[in-house]
Design a protein around this ligand. Structure first.
Ligand code: SF4
Length: 418
């Protein structure tokens, strides 16, 4: 389906880099463990896919480019630079004034360009090469500062290397820095997590933290150990305790929780991740990359790139899985429960513009019911960030209870047949 130009819609490009040097036992991402990375071949495939499909999103307001994986920090910086350049040529600058102001204050770029890096491979020359390539935000996979915990998680770096990566990035002048914490894994106690949070608080030059509780997926090594009764996870009460510790500890250190698992300095919310929560569009390039396009009448189109790297390298466009059409009622429900994961919340006014008056009215009733149950509340607070994230006027935002029971909120808003 061809889509009309929509400069009002914020838009990001996600590039999936499906290679790692080893597989962590909890990871079920689409990736291949390799010794030799096909740098050039993969870049050529991504560029060919971009060239073949970019016009579907022509005229959009590009706000972010995100290299995720896998470990995209392993990709030669020259390949990353070519991809960034090719994307920027196709979407001339239409940045939001708030992003422009932030960039001007920092002498930077209003388009957020993120690469996920693993501390093991992130020495200073790599950081410099990425900056040179046009990357302006790093997401560092730290997970924990406790050596025994890192060992149990099967990570291939130690805590000292992670801290060194953060210090190097600071010294090299990186302003947009995020790091990940993972809690509730085997042997991870509240005492260890308290120390993790203390160490995190000392990284006060970072502007963003993603903190996730471990979910053991069946198809992983942890999943198999769990099935055989050989994996002891933190129990539910401990995980809830860690969640509370996280909010308190990171809050005291100046990061504000703006999504269930995401904390930032005010104004430094991750633009790319936020697009998924506020109903923006994302083009997905690469193996297994997810894409969401907004079609007329509230319909969304979801696409997923090829399952296997071999197939993608042979045919980067034709190897994708079949596109899925999300009808308006389900798309609207997704907007509700994703919006209610965040402080951006949900604006009924915005829904009216996209889904029509009757659907917005139905959504307003569901939101009022969630308000009655203590999951949501109304807010008119203006947070002062880009307009594509912070709607003007009244929004429904999650309460602390709504954040804690996000799965229950999702069940409440999903249509019966979903
Ligand atoms: S480094 Fe990240 S993407 Fe690679 S296996 Fe570990 S968790 Fe998965």
């Amino acid at each position: 389906m061809t889509l009309a130009p929509r400069p009002d819609l914020a838009f990001g490009v996600y590039i999936h880099f499906p290679f790692c040097l080893h597989r962590c036992p909890y990871c079920d991402f689409n990736l291949r463990v390799v010794r030799e990375i096909p740098h050039e071949a993969y870049a050529e495939a991504v560029l060919a896919e971009l060239e073949a499909r970019w016009r579907r999103f022509e005229g959009r307001r590009l706000v972010s480019i995100y290299f995720g994986g896998g470990t995209p920090g392993l990709w030669e910086a020259a390949c990353i630079a070519r991809v960034i350049e090719a994307i920027r040529q196709r979407w001339p600058l239409l940045a939001d004034p708030a992003d422009v102001a932030l960039a001007e204050a920092e002498g930077g770029d209003p388009i957020e360009v993120t690469v996920e890096i693993n501390p093991r491979a992130a020495a200073r020359p790599l950081l410099d090469a990425l900056a040179q390539a046009g990357v302006n935000r790093l997401s560092v996979g730290i997970q924990s500062f406790d050596e025994a915990t890192l060992g149990r998680l099967g990570r291939d770096h130690d805590a000292a290397r992670a801290l060194e990566t953060m210090r190097d990035a600071r010294e090299a002048g990186w302003r947009r820095l995020s790091f990940d914490l993972l809690f509730g894994g085997p042997g991870h106690t509240t005492d260890i997590f308290a120390e993790d949070l203390r160490q995190a608080a000392a990284l006060d030059w970072a502007d963003h933290v993603s903190a996730y509780s471990l979910i053991v997926e069946e198809a992983t090594r942890f999943g198999k150990l769990k099935a055989g009764g050989k994996l002891k996870e933190a129990d539910e009460a401990e995980v809830v305790e860690m969640l509370k510790m996280c909010e308190a500890g990171l809050g005291e250190a100046g990061w504000r929780r703006y999504e269930i698992s995401s904390y930032s300095r005010p104004g430094r919310e991750a633009r790319h991740n936020s697009l998924y929560w506020v109903g923006g569009e994302t083009m997905g390039l690469g193996v297994g990359a997810h894409e969401l396009a907004i079609a007329p009448d509230g319909v969304a189109l979801r696409r997923e790139g090829a399952l296997r790297t071999r197939d993608y390298l042979r045919d980067p466009v034709g190897s994708a899985r079949a596109e899925e059409r999300i009808e308006a009622p389900l798309h609207l429900a997704e907007r509700l429960y994703l919006g209610l994961r965040t402080r951006y919340g949900v604006s009924v006014e915005q829904l009216r513009g996209q889904f029509g008056a009757a659907a917005a009215q139905g959504a307003a009733q569901k939101l009022a019911a969630l308000e009655d149950q203590g999951y949501a509340e109304r807010s008119n607070a203006q947070e002062g960030g880009p307009a594509y994230l912070w709607a003007e006027g009244e929004r429904f935002v999650p309460t602390a209870r709504g954040m804690l029971f996000a799965d229950d909120v999702a069940m409440e808003v999903l249509p019966d047949e979903a």
